[in-house]
Design a protein around this ligand. Structure first.
Ligand code: ADP
Ligand code: MG
Ligand code: MG
Length: 319
């Protein structure tokens, strides 16, 4: 724990990411409860361990349905809905491809094109059978695997926000591996959240996003990637091709009311790119974005829910 002008900062490493909690009181017990809550949730969602409810669904692929907790069921239902929207690049059945590439883990490599083609047959989200009454999930083909990596952190950030509110906390900040939830304000001013400079060795910021009571979720290709023969292979895969999504984006940040939506929308915007993404956001006034491109541009959508200040002259700001 560290304190600076009345802000108490607690940190941990959870879900493979640094997690930070900022409070306006020295309350180690509350921080401990928050970290335990995140751990409990991680134990439900993870696909990187032997056991979790999600692993149980994956293990039973091609064999039988698995009954899961109501909350996990609702997240899976949402993930299926988003995955089956026309043109969506979000696909929660992308697991077999994620496992094959191992991006961000030891043994990452470029799989053979024929292998990817074969695995693509196991990634049709329409095939997942959900039963609302039993809260059960069935993957009908052996080898199918769900992966909630593009929504789980956002969902868990919302769980933490609800817990903090229940505990009477009005102002706080939780950063769950790039999924930031700002409750209320900082000291007499909005919370200021740094937008990372892509591929910077340190924590250099391109700019600052100021918000009150919002979630600010960032997904960048610089977070998990490997390089081979001058190409960068990052961790957000194109469900059409099986390869990492290839477009002008280095990062997308979504500003909206809740982190689950923020997490879903970062992935959706990745698939659409800047031009189409801005048009989609125009139709969805509650969701706003900051795009950072390979051409060193920072492009803000409408800014009703946040303000942005650029800190790095090397990037052009377009808003
Ligand atoms: P971040 O890891 O930066 O939060 P995302 O929220 O986009 O980024 O989640 C990326 C994770 O989601 C990957 O590590 C993988 O587990 C999974 N994933 C990869 N590609 C897709 C996709 N097209 N749709 C849904 N999930 C994906
Ligand atoms: Mg995410
Ligand atoms: Mg996401």
């Amino acid at each position: 724990m560290s304190s600076d002008s009345g802000v108490y900062c607690y940190s941990a490493v959870l879900m493979g990411s640094p997690v930070q909690l900022k409070l306006f009181e020295d309350n180690q017990q509350l921080a401990g409860n928050v970290f335990r809550l995140i751990k409990q949730q991680e134990d439900i969602f993870t696909v990187n361990r032997e056991r979790s409810q999600v692993m149980a669904i994956n293990r039973a692929a091609g064999e039988h349905a698995v009954v899961v907790s109501r909350t996990l069921y609702e997240v899976i239902k949402l993930a299926k809905k988003v995955s089956t929207l026309p043109g969506s690049c979000f696909n929660f059945t992308i697991g077999p491809l994620v496992k094959r590439w191992k991006i961000g883990f030891q043994g990452c490599h470029v799989p053979a094109a024929s292998e990817l083609r074969a695995l693509l047959r196991l990634t049709d989200p329409n095939q997942v059978i959900l039963d609302d009454v039993a809260a059960s999930v069935f993957l009908p083909l052996a080898g199918m695997e769900i992966d909630l990596g593009a929504i789980a952190k956002g969902y868990i950030a919302d769980v933490v926000r609800d817990y903090l509110r229940q505990q009477g906390v009005e102002n706080a900040l939780i950063n769950l591996g790039g999924n930031v939830l700002a409750l209320g304000n900082s000291v007499q001013q909005p919370w200021k959240i740094g937008l990372k400079q892509p591929f910077a060795a340190d924590d250099a910021a391109l700019g600052v996003i100021s918000v009150t009571d919002k979630s600010v979720v960032t997904s960048g290709i610089y977070e998990r990637y490997f390089e081979l023969d001058g190409r960068c292979y990052h961790h957000i895969l194109d469900p059409q091709t099986g390869y990492p999504l290839d477009n002008e984006l280095l990062s997308v940040t979504i500003i909206c009311d809740n982190a689950t939506d923020g997490d879903v929308w970062t992935t959706l915007m990745y698939g659409q790119g800047v031009e189409q993404g801005l048009a989609t956001l125009d139709q969805n006034p509650g969701i706003e974005a900051v795009f950072v491109t390979r051409d060193k541009e920072i492009i803000c959508s409408s800014q009703r829910q946040f303000s942005f200040k650029r800190l790095n002259d090397g990037y052009r700001l377009i808003d």
